[in-house]
Design a protein around this ligand. Structure first.
Ligand SMILES: Cc1cc2ncn([C@H]3O[C@H](COP(=O)(O)O)[C@@H](O)[C@H]3O)c2cc1C
Ligand SMILES: O=C(O)c1cccnc1
Length: 347
């Protein structure tokens, strides 16, 4: 693997202690800003700064196709991946709307869409025209899996160099809840049926079929749960690997990672199995409707901030949660202390 992932800095715990003390001097009852206070301390530890800044956020949306869609595991056809990439480039998707709202830098990366797309704003890093159908054969080669991680890493470095102070990773890939559920089943060693959800909205009957396809595929592919490259190569997907690589870069540069829904959280688990300290830089922003998401976030040791019943992906939940993360930093930066405001402190 080209990129070395052993250079993630440790959290600055001393800064965390300083900020904890400082928060208790602000004009509010001790602990009254709840999880916002925890967030502020975490951000200070990640960034190593007493007044951490998360503006601007950088959003990277990785798009790729999945051969497993040939088995009928999604409610939508494969072409929707390419069509949605065009929609992202025209500014009409949910992630465009929420990225504009939070003033984010937004980049769309084709890392493996099964069709050609021409657009000046598209970052073309296509590794292959979609993965192979992992019910029948390996999704990709190990070299392709490594390239996808490296591409994600490099894209994150680029957006950080453009000024991103925290990262949101999004994805688009019809069929990717199937690949993510398969990876999670192998990583968690839990029964597939407890993890799999309806994705884009399949019927109960199709859900049972999806469960069976995933179970049989895992038996046939027999991926090594201790080897993230093997899991990606055998089951996919390219965009999931790209997100994992981007998270490793974000942590290396001390940039907080705002983890989105189910697919993104599975990518986070893959990043964790490549370099466990990456988790220190993660904030799980919301709880997805997909049943596996709860398992994935508890394997990360994280409690989601929001629970809005989202099941979209693209990075949308993270973008919606960004103002909460920013509020934590503004609490530190802008609130008066008891002393500066002349307010009487607790007896
Ligand atoms: C129009 C449309 C926009 C989307 N944006 C994200 N997804 C989400 O749904 C897909 C995963 O669900 P499944 O595994 O059931 O195919 C992914 O592309 C994910 O990003 C979308 C899906 C659709 C149809
Ligand atoms: O939570 C997600 O990321 C998700 C759920 C369903 C479909 N697409 C994405």
């Amino acid at each position: 693997m080209r990129v070395q992932f052993d250079s993630i800095p440790k959290l600055n715990k001393e800064m965390g202690l300083l900020v904890t003390e400082y928060i208790n001097t602000l004009t509010k009852p001790v602990g009254s800003l709840g999880r916002l206070e925890e967030l502020a301390i975490s951000l200070a530890e990640m960034k190593g700064e007493a007044f951490p800044n998360v503006t601007k956020p950088g959003v990277l949306v990785f798009a790729a196709d999945h051969g497993i869609t040939a088995e009928g595991v999604s409610a939508y056809p494969q072409e929707v991946t390419k069509q949605m990439v065009q929609n992202f480039l025209q500014g009409g998707a949910a992630i465009n709307v929420f990225s504009r709202e939070i003033g984010a830098l937004l980049e769309i990366i084709d890392i493996g869409v099964a069709g050609d797309i021409e657009h000046e704003r598209l970052i073309d890093k296509k590794i292959r025209y979609g993965t192979a159908n992992f019910y029948k054969e390996d999704a990709m080669t190990s070299e392709e899996a490594e390239s996808a991680i490296n591409i994600g890493y490099d894209q994150a470095v680029e957006i950080i160099n453009k000024g991103a102070e925290c990262l949101i990773l999004g994805e688009m890939g019809i069929g990717n809840t199937t690949a993510s559920s398969a990876i999670l089943a192998v990583l968690s060693n839990k029964d597939v049926s407890t993890l799999v959800g309806k994705g884009t909205g399949i019927s109960d009957e199709q859900l049972q079929y999806k469960v069976n396809i995933i179970k049989e595929s895992i038996e046939k592919r027999n991926p090594n749960p201790l080897d993230p490259i093997d899991m990606i190569a055998k089951m996919g997907g390219l965009e999931i690997a790209g997100m994992a690589g981007a998270m490793l870069a974000a942590a290396t540069y001390r940039k907080p990672i705002l983890v989105d829904g189910f697919i993104c959280t599975v990518a986070a688990l893959l990043a964790k199995s490549i370099s466990s300290t990456v988790v220190d830089y993660m904030i799980v922003t919301h709880r997805s409707v997909e049943p596996g998401h709860q398992v994935a976030s508890s394997l990360l040791g994280k409690k989601p901030i929001l629970d809005l019943g989202l099941r979209l992906g693209e990075g949308t939940g993270a973008a919606i949660a960004y103002p909460i993360v920013k509020s934590a930093t503004l609490m530190l930066k802008e609130m008066a202390t008891f002393q500066s405001a002349g307010v009487s402190n607790k007896n």
